[in-house]
Write a protein that binds this ligand. Structure first.
Ligand code: XUL
Ligand code: CO
Length: 434
């Protein structure tokens, strides 16, 4: 046991009338909703990087957090792991996620970094035998070290491509060993700073090949989890090739990965791309590539990725509504890719941030489930598209031609009568649940 969290004990469900600062008011893990406990619907995961590795820096200031595990030795890494697993227990977190760089010190070379990673993976594995927290996904940090400044798979230097491929292999091995349920690829610098020096065709082809190798290796080692790509339009690069869900989908189609790779969608990235979070989820669902979510919140005014914990129930509710509409999570879950504000120095802040995030998600989720069960939106949608049930309408989607349709329009004197989209009525309807 470390003494980092002092006398903070396991967070309990207190219900809406509770007034303890550290209790769940809405997240009741065992509560059955639509035939499943909330724990299994929401599948919460703690993000190792923000909660245990991020030092509180911003573009104008250095670290504000001074965690006892900050340092470059394996002892520091083990201490960090001890605290992390204590927090998983306090929260009753069913999952966690990590990058290689979050959990192990960087070695002098690739071999040493890999040895460090493997040692920590064994340390995790031993802890995981005695706790209920599992690995939602693992990933490689291919963006922080200066070697990745011009990208990883899209780097003009083939040695960086090679280093990145080897790094992803070790991270896939680590994820597989820890029985991770997914493996994530976020192209942190897979893009460009300036088109003046960028061969976009070559870079995209290299990234396509890279992803195909990831997929080949997944099969080779028998990793049963999903491979997930995480869209983000820009930041840190000026432009990233995995811009948003629609761009990722066309990339997957172009490189023959349709049906193989799914998407990990993040609220803040959706906002940066000029979309709503539910838009990104709906695009993924409509193209059968929905995988998992990184739940956070972007500041709507700042224009950069603020990675705050979620606090907007209506927004979260619509996101979960679309997820439920797609049948809910399978291998995916709700990963808090969110960090404290840099003035939130204390251990209690770290716990409270997760408790609040889990509660907001639970509230939004319950609202979404209530809407699903009520069926009002589904009915409104079905009514709106009801005309497509007729044989003439179906014929237009298979067999008809522009000429035959024109003949029918003339023969039946088709003269469309516009009908109301009922947007405000539907918005009022949603408001009853959130
Ligand atoms: C960065 C981001 C990453 C990915 C994993 O914006 O979202 O943390 O989720 O690399
Ligand atoms: Co993310």
């Amino acid at each position: 046991m470390t003494d980092f969290f002092g006398d903070i004990t396991r967070i309990e469900y207190e219900g809406q009338d509770g007034n303890s600062a550290l209790s769940f008011k809405h997240y009741n893990a065992d509560e059955m909703v639509m035939g499943k406990p909330m724990r299994d619907h929401l599948r919460f995961a703690v993000a190792y990087w923000h909660s245990f590795a991020w030092p509180g820096t911003d573009p104008f200031g250095g670290e504000t957090f001074q965690r006892p595990w900050f340092g470059d030795t394996m002892d520091h890494a083990r201490h960090k792991a001890d605290v992390a697993f204590e927090m998983f227990d306090i929260l009753g977190a069913p999952f966690f996620c990590f990058h290689d760089a979050d959990v192990r010190p960087e070695g002098a070379d690739f071999a040493e970094s890999t040895r460090n990673l493997n040692e920590i993976v064994d340390y995790f594995a031993a802890k995981m035998e005695n706790c209920d927290t599992r690995l939602l996904w693992g990933t490689a940090n291919l963006f922080s070290n200066r070697r990745f400044m011009a990208g990883a798979a899209t780097n003009p230097d083939p040695d960086v491509f090679a280093y990145s491929a080897a790094t992803v292999k070790t991270c896939m091995d680590a994820t597989h060993k820890l029985r991770g349920e997914n493996y994530v690829l976020w192209g942190g610098r897979e893009g460009y700073e300036t088109l003046l020096n960028t061969d976009m065709r070559a870079e995209m082809d290299h990234m396509g090949r890279f992803l195909n190798m990831v997929f080949e290796y997944k099969h080779k080692i028998g990793f049963k989890g999903a491979i997930l790509m995480e869209p983000k339009p820009q930041e840190p690069s000026k432009h990233q090739y995995d811009y948003d869900a629609a761009t990722c989908y066309s990339f997957l189609q172009k490189y023959g990965l349709e049906g193989e790779v799914k998407l990990n969608l993040e609220q803040g990235h959706a906002i940066l791309a000029g979309h709503s979070f539910e838009h990104e989820i709906a695009v993924a669902v409509a193209n059968d590539v929905f995988g998992s979510i990184d739940m956070n919140r972007n500041d709507y005014q700042s224009g950069w990725d603020t990675d705050q914990f979620p606090n907007n129930v209506p927004e979260v509710a619509l996101a979960y509504y679309h997820i439920l509409n797609a049948g809910g999570f399978t291998s995916g879950g709700t990963n808090f890719d969110a960090k404290l504000r840099r003035q939130s120095l204390d251990p209690v802040d770290l716990i409270a941030a997760h408790v609040g995030g889990m509660d907001i998600c639970a509230r939004g989720f319950k609202a979404a489930a209530a809407m699903m069960m009520d069926g009002g939106l589904a009915t409104a949608q079905a009514t709106r598209y009801a005309g497509w049930k007729t044989p003439d309408a179906q014929e237009m989607l298979s067999g008809a031609s522009l000429e035959s349709i024109t003949e029918r329009v003339l023969r039946d004197n088709i003269n469309p009568v516009p009908s109301s989209g009922r947007q405000e009525i539907l918005e009022n309807y949603v408001n009853r649940f959130v």
